[in-house]
Design a protein around this ligand. Structure first.
Ligand SMILES: Nc1ncnc2c1ncn2[C@@H]1O[C@H](COP(=O)(O)OP(=O)(O)OP(=O)(O)O)[C@@H](O)[C@H]1O
Ligand SMILES: Nc1nc2c(c(=O)[nH]1)N=C(CO)CN2
Length: 159
């Protein structure tokens, strides 16, 4: 499988632990996707409107899919777990974000790579630094370890 990808997972509704575990299982069964690494699970204080803490994790995949094919696969898994979008940054059963796709930089209406907000999110950088510390963000040119060191990680703890 040719392309290396980082995905962020988040849930703060329902049985979040089971939802994240099952969604990683779904990723592993999807055509053209191999799950290479899984971070630990973290409890994180919610960013955005007041809402329960999140469970967050990151995975590294190897994929034989284009970025848009992969986004479709992620959205299909989100739908399977009953995700309903009520409000921006509001509570959700499952959120799958495409963070990095090799060193691609892509900006379209449907998909932006790298994910435009991942650099300031401790709930992404802490789990991602655990499994891919030396991966270099193609936009800022910083490694994940460096980005992680530049954010406040006080709201993030191992589950
Ligand atoms: N890198 C990306 N990963 C996932 N979705 C993306 C990405 N870039 C653009 N999108 C688009 O964003 C849409 C809405 O995403 P979503 O509802 O998950 O946003 P959000 O989780 O509320 O906020 P955020 O994007 O800040 O995490 C998706 O349907 C998708 O088309
Ligand atoms: N801690 C935390 N906060 C969030 C999260 C998330 O995954 N974790 N996702 C959001 C919408 O993408 C909004 N706020």
């Amino acid at each position: 499988m040719a392309n290396r990808v980082a995905i962020g997972l988040g849930s703060n509704l329902g049985n979040s632990r089971e939802i994240l575990e099952k969604s990683i299982g779904e990723l592993g069964r999807a055509r053209g996707i191999l799950v290479e690494k899984i971070s630990r699970y973290y409890r994180t204080v919610a960013i955005g409107p007041p809402q329960p803490d999140y469970l967050n994790a990151c995975v590294i995949l190897r994929v034989d899919l284009t970025p848009l094919e992969l986004l479709d696969a992620l959205l299909a898994i989100e739908r399977k777990f009953g995700r309903v979008r009520l409000e921006r940054w509001g509570p959700r059963t499952l959120d799958l974000d495409l963070l990095l796709y090799d060193d691609f930089v892509l900006e379209t209406a449907e998909l932006e790579i790298p994910h435009p907000r991942f650099r300031e999110r401790a709930f992404v950088l802490v789990p991602l630094a655990e499994i891919a510390p030396d991966w270099r963000d193609p936009v800022s040119k910083q490694t994940i370890r460096e980005l992680r060191e530049s954010v406040d990680c006080s709201g993030v703890s191992v589950w």
